[in-house]
Write a protein that binds this ligand. Structure first.
Ligand code: TXA
Ligand code: MG
Length: 356
């Protein structure tokens, strides 16, 4: 049990936030408090990034292991220079092209960065978000804002203020409710302290776009089990975004995948289980005759839309009380790579092949 603190909610216009509301939230940040706020990707749980006690409160509120470092959010490039030691020229090229936006850069840190923010590492992750509420809050606070996604550890990330309250009501000071977040999956995380640079987490900026600036960017996802070897990169753990019921991802060609989903569903139903399907719009008609709970993800041909829906859909389907959830592999084109990554983690690595 932890001390219960009253969580206030303030509604804020996502495109033109009221300066008075922002000033109120910024005062909470400066006083060492916790403020959840919308970014273009997901809601963040913010605290003064330069105050180690405020950062410690984030870990506590989320139930996050101290080994998983947190991103510092900035509103101007001077703040990058204040946090990073010798940021390489390519950092500025990436900033020029993708900031403000859903890209996080891992660079060497200066001593001013609290050790707990970086989980004891010599590096710091920095991102300049594009959401007007996030930018206004950071500017008004006058300090970089540490912010992981505003969910309880290992829960789906929050894309609405209601999701934040479901997980964190009574544990944080304030939520700025600016409606749904437009991107829906978290930022892409690129490690610039290694050569060649490595994509640690696929996200809102696609690999294709990143390679226009970083042609040698490596992406080698390693999905580790919780009791696996020491994580090469933090945050690579499986069992992330996990819904209450087990999820299985079916991979392969579409027709074969749908057939496999049908047989898995029928098997489970025969065993007395209630089954849910996270379905692409195109697939739903083919599953309509099955006695399953269907939650729609949007068209598989529109990964932006699917990304926007994904985390809300995960929370929605678990609320139906099903015992098993099935989903089809969205592929790896564009934003689908990030969607696939989140589904595989939510499935704790349970990916089965549709081909016999
Ligand atoms: O879109 C986002 O990035 C959202 C919004 C709120 O900005 N934030 C977010 O934070 O997703 P979080 O804490 O849920 O995920 C941050 C990821 C984790 O995988 C973490 O391990 C990694 O970034 N990370 C943070 N600092 C790092 C560092 N110094 N080195 C390597 N990875 C780091
Ligand atoms: Mg997170």
């Amino acid at each position: 049990m932890t001390d219960h603190i009253p969580t206030r909610v303030l509604i804020v216009d996502p495109s033109a936030p009221d300066p008075q509301i922002i000033a109120e939230a910024a005062a909470v940040i400066r006083a060492g408090g916790l403020v959840a706020f919308p970014t273009e990707t997901v809601y963040g749980l913010g605290a003064n990034a330069l105050d180690d006690r405020a950062v410690a409160r984030i870990f506590h509120a989320k139930g996050r292991p101290a080994t998983d470092p947190i991103i510092a959010h900035i509103a101007d490039l001077q703040q990058l220079d204040a946090l990073a030691r010798d940021a390489p020229p390519v950092a500025y090229a990436l900033a020029q092209r993708f900031w403000p936006g859903p890209l996080t850069l891992v660079v060497w840190r200066r001593p001013v960065v609290p050790a707990n923010l970086s989980a004891g590492r010599a590096t710091v992750a920095v991102r300049m978000p594009s959401h007007p509420v996030a930018l206004a809050l950071i500017a008004a606070a006058g300090v970089p804002i540490a912010a992981p996604s505003a969910n309880r550890f290992s829960r789906p990330s929050p894309t609405t203020a209601a999701h934040v309250l479901d997980d964190l009501a009574g544990r944080i000071d304030l939520v700025l409710d600016g409606g749904s977040t437009p991107v829906g999956v978290e930022s892409s995380v690129v490690d610039l302290t290694v050569d060649p640079p490595v994509l640690l987490r696929p996200g809102g900026v696609t690999v294709t776009a990143l390679r226009e600036v970083l042609p040698d960017l490596i992406f080698a996802p390693r999905y580790l089990t919780a009791d696996g070897e020491a994580a090469p990169a933090p945050g690579m753990l499986l069992r992330h975004y996990a819904p209450d019921a087990p999820l299985i991802v079916v991979a392969g060609e579409r027709e074969a995948s749908l057939a496999r989903m049908r047989s898995e569903a029928q098997l489970a139903i025969g065993a007395g289980k209630r089954v849910g399907v996270l379905a692409f719009d195109e697939d739903a008609p083919e599953l309509a005759d099955l006695p399953v709970q269907v939650v729609m993800l949007g068209p598989v041909t529109d990964p932006e839309k699917v990304a926007r829906r994904l985390f809300a859909a995960l929370r929605e389907i678990e609320r139906t009380g099903v015992d098993l959830i099935l989903a089809r592999d969205p592929g790896q084109e564009g934003l689908s790579l990030a969607v696939r990554d989140r589904l595989v983690r939510a499935a704790e690595g349970r990916v089965i092949s549709a081909e016999p």
